[in-house]
Design a binder for this molecule. Structure first.
Ligand SMILES: [Zn+2]
Length: 130
């Protein structure tokens, strides 16, 4: 392989790697695969399906979450699952949003005013004093 061929392979390796990483696959693995076997890696990256994690990420980004009963993707505001026809629990939306959104840090600060205030705060938040 000539120097120009190696440079071309280094550049072409990004194509299947980018396509595969958008489908939830490891970028570096697919870059090496694309560098060594571009002619095979490109169609392979196009035909592979998204990983289950990537499907869930895409679905939650578009406001769809899996039904707790049949696991089909349904709209987050649904009251009845259109696939299994079961009524969704009243707290379904809250639970679904909690599982999709990254966990938020509770907004609280340690008081720095007085010693009495700090003792009071420590009593109310024992998990922070481990
Ligand atoms: Zn369902």
């Amino acid at each position: 392989m000539t120097f120009a061929g190696i440079v071309a392979a280094l550049i072409l390796g990004f194509i299947p790697a980018t396509i595969a990483s958008k489908k939830g696959r490891d970028f570096m693995t697919w870059y090496i695969y694309g560098f060594l076997l571009f002619i095979v890696a490109l169609p392979h990256s196009l035909i592979i399906s998204k990983t289950e994690d990537q499907k869930l990420k895409d679905a939650s980004a578009s406001g769809r979450v899996p039904c707790p009963f049949c696991k089909e993707l349904i709209h987050i505001d649904a009251v009845v699952c259109p696939h299994c026809q079961r009524d969704l629990p009243a707290d379904f939306k809250e639970k679904a949003m909690a599982s999709c959104a990254p966990p938020e840090e509770p907004q609280r600060k340690k008081p720095s005013a007085s010693m009495k205030g700090q003792i009071e705060w420590a009593k109310n938040h024992p998990e922070d004093n481990k």
